[in-house]
Design a protein around this ligand. Sequence first.
Ligand code: ADP
Ligand code: MG
Ligand code: ZN
Length: 501
Amino acid sequence: MRPTYEPVIGLEIHAELITNSKMFCGCSADYASAPEPNTNICPVCTGLPGALPVANRKAIELAALVGLALNCSVNKHNTFARKNYYYPDLPKGYQISQYELPICENGWLEVNPSPLTPLPKREGNNSLPPEGEGRGMRVRVRRVHIEEDTAKLFHEKNYALVDFNRAGVPLLEIVSEPDMRSAEAALDYATKVRAILRYLGVNSGDMEKGVLRFEANVSVRPVGSDELRTRTEIKNLNSFRALTRAIAYEIERQIQIYESGGAVVQETLGWDDVRGVTTSQRSKEEAHDYRYFPEPDLPPLQLSDEWIESIRTRLPELPEAKTARFISDFGLAPSEARFLTSERTLADYFERVAAKAKSPAKTVHSWIAGEFMRYLNDSGLSIDDVTLAPETLAKLIDMVTDKTIGASAGKTVLTELFKNGGDPAQIVKEKNLLQLTDVNAIQEIVTKILNDNPKEVDEYNAGKEALFQWFMGQVARATKGKADPNVAKELMVKGLEERKK
Ligand code: ADP
Ligand code: MG
Ligand code: ZN
């Protein structure tokens, strides 16, 4: 019988840090704004002989901040190392990185794996912290270390061009333990790391721009075993979609290999997004021997307890804590809270609307998660582009809640506010959107519809219940959608009942 296999996944995440200058020189780190290739460079970041690196203080602060946000401990003594390999995008012939003593180690992040996948078994001798109250599982963060980004290569027909503008930009590597047991768990972990980086303001999370890149290490083993089998490493996954597709593909590929009696080969793979397959890049035999050694041109970093604590005070409320607070303070469901806290700006916006609105927070959530997001998505806007004042949205939501206008009129007003701004009450007046709540007026309309359509009334009363929606449609037509739907429905049910023979 075919054993059931369990995936084992570890992620390495590379994130550029948002600083003014590069990691080891004074060149601008904002390479995307450089007017032309190779204008944002100096002897240090182009690896000229004799040039000496100086570590970027801001980058070190941000690296520690990320480590603390990921529940790591900060190493008061940590060191830089040379990772030696030759590639045309690496002008020095080595990358300055951290090896034996990274700035941060031993953290964790809680993730919500898919309910369909088993939780990882906890081994007796590891330091996996206790799981949160049934909410998820913890993925251990092995290390967070500082390094530098490479130059960019442009492959032309029979030559390549190199642009050093990006060379030396501060880069953070965040390495997890192999604690994830499904592509969904890996996706959740990656999503959460990205959200934290954005909350901290250290990385934009713009994967299309390459400022955040994932590498997935994947192996599979029979369920119940706790061995770590041979893994493959999939490089340069530049979207969440690529990450999950590549992992899912690789899991299945490895299961097939074991099932046909073969052995998985340790190798580095690429992901072909068009064909939807992983492709071999190099095997273990061809793997680099990086010949790491301590970087002689940079002193070890000596960080004091006071310094570490001062960085800790800069931690904002993080997504997980905000989610818990939104659930308890606003009475939101976990999924609702999680949606709102996925972006700090979205969470802030929600809180500002909720503070101004008289409507329940749940209603504010429905508007923001519904019509508001729909408009943004349809117009290709992000929450950061929104100029609509939270007070104004609060006013609009209240007008729907207190039945001044109907829900569909509310959508019309929202679109108008997004497009041209203005005051909700004024727009309602101009567009004549006031909701018809007068029971007598609605009764008149309902009675007329019933009198005008005796055939449909008989059919309905003979059992064709689907006609009810048709009757409601007639009300909407007669009132231009302005009748209070609950009142109209009640009167319609009553009217049909009265006409039963
Ligand atoms: P290396 O030092 O060669 O990069 P590591 O052991 O440090 O290898 O692991 C790198 C990444 O691979 C980490 O994210 C780790 O969690 C993951 N990993 C290690 N072993 C396995 C395995 N057997 N299956 C899946 N992932 C693994
Ligand atoms: Mg690796
Ligand atoms: Zn430079």
